[in-house]
Design a protein around this ligand. Structure first.
Ligand SMILES: *Cc1c(COP(=O)(O)O)cnc(C)c1O
Length: 392
């Protein structure tokens, strides 16, 4: 870093990777090379056995990847970051690096679908047990602890009902017992929430979403202190979900405007949430920025902004929700979030392939629920698109 004073997120997004490489280029260089030459046998031995070498072999590290890592670590206020091939690559590698057979994990009942499958299906096959608790009840995390609990995993706001987890309460419970905490910060982004500031040890993201921001790359990241990230890296080079220079370069390009994009997405999401709340065809709006959100006070305490994702429940039930997404003219019916374009999905239609309607409802998700990931279009155009689609 070329300065000796602390920088704001807007500046870190642009200058956070200064000094990673000594180049005259203003824009980052793409280093597609899979392997790197050493100048001598002794230098080779040094690089090959070193910690996270940036120029040895790209599964171990890469200069373009290192630059993206440095920017994201700075934004999260953590010492180190490791970029991986996807959000699930980051989550599964982080979890596998921190548990062994016989260990126990406390997690939420609501997690991203891939995380749920890791916790509920994959880990038990390897002798790791998991208890999933109601994230809105901090005491539930404590009540689920066992002597063999090694990890607590949280996600806030969570998908798709935007429920909030009290990060400081979970971190305090875990820290008192030497348990490692992991927070999936994808929905909030580091602009709205820094879990590390509330005592969380490891922060993971699907960088595919807000960090990349243009729906043109798949990546994931884990941030933490040097030792914790080193431990994940030691597993990452074996598990192999490594990133690459091209995705890292696109990610760097996206990161430069992250603070601007997220600020605007938060504003537009609130505008759309208020407009939809007033619409007779909408029975309920879930958005942590609305005063009526049951955890609005907690969201206010731990978030600087409330994010670009909201969800609505239609008064007309399953059929109304399913047909709404087909009637939108601007807004695309697609999964994912965090890009410049607004996307909407009918949650039950996405999950029906793997869960029954009863299971979806048991998970606390209405079959009339439509999730909306707000992009950067003019908010009035978005409101009008929803009005025309709801007017039938
Ligand atoms: C998308 C997403 C993931 C998975 O990320 P990929 O990049 O698709 O692997 C994990 N957690 C959350 C909250 C997500 O939205």
């Amino acid at each position: 870093m070329p300065v000796d004073f602390p920088l704001h997120s807007e500046t870190l997004a642009i200058h956070g990777d200064a000094g990673v490489e000594d180049l005259a280029d203003i824009a980052p260089a793409i280093h597609p090379s899979s392997t790197f030459r050493a100048r001598s046998a002794s230098e080779f031995a040094e690089i090959a056995t070193g910690d996270r070498p940036m120029r040895f072999y790209t599964r171990y590290g890469n200069p373009t990847v290192a630059r993206a890592e440095r920017v994201i670590a700075g934004l999260e206020g953590k010492a180190a970051a490791l970029l991986l091939a996807s959000g699930m690559g980051a989550i599964s590698t982080t979890v596998l690096a921190n548990v062994s057979a016989g260990d126990h994990i406390v997690a939420q009942s609501a997690h991203y679908m891939g995380t749920t499958r890791l916790l509920a299906d994959l880990l038990p096959r390897f002798g790791v047990s998991v208890t999933q608790v109601d994230q809105t009840d901090p005491a539930a995390f404590e009540a689920a602890l066992r002597p063999e609990t090694r990890l607590m995993i949280v996600e806030s706001p969570s998908n798709p009902t935007l429920a909030i987890t009290d990060l400081a309460a979970v971190a305090a419970t875990a820290r008192a017992r030497g348990i490692t905490t992991v927070a999936d910060n994808t929905f909030a982004s580091p602009i709205n929430q820094r879990p590390g500031d509330h005592g969380i040890d490891l922060v993971v993201h699907s960088a595919t979403k807000y960090l990349g921001g243009h729906s043109d790359l798949v990546a994931g990241v884990v941030c933490g202190d040097e030792a914790a990230v080193q431990k994940v890296w030691e597993h990452a080079i074996v598990l192999g979900a490594s990133s690459n220079a091209f995705d890292a370069w696109l990610l760097l390009r996206g990161l430069r405007t992250l603070p601007l994009r997220v600020a605007r997405q938060c504003e537009s999401a609130l505008t759309l949430a208020r407009a939809l709340q007033a619409h007779p065809a909408v029975a309920r709006v879930h958005y942590p920025g609305l005063e009526c959100h049951p955890q609005h006070a907690l969201a206010r305490r731990q978030m600087k902004g409330f994010g670009g994702v909201l969800s609505i429940e239609l008064a007309g039930g399953y059929d109304a929700a399913k047909s709404l997404v087909g009637r939108l003219q601007l807004v695309a019916n697609a999964v994912s979030l965090g890009g410049v374009e607004t996307l909407a999905v009918h949650a039950a239609s996405v999950w029906e392939g793997s869960l029954s309607i009863a299971q979806i409802e048991a998970a606390g998700v209405s079959t009339a629920l439509v999730r909306i990931a707000v992009g950067l279009e003019h908010p009035e155009d978005l409101v009008r698109d929803f009005e025309q689609a709801l007017a039938v």
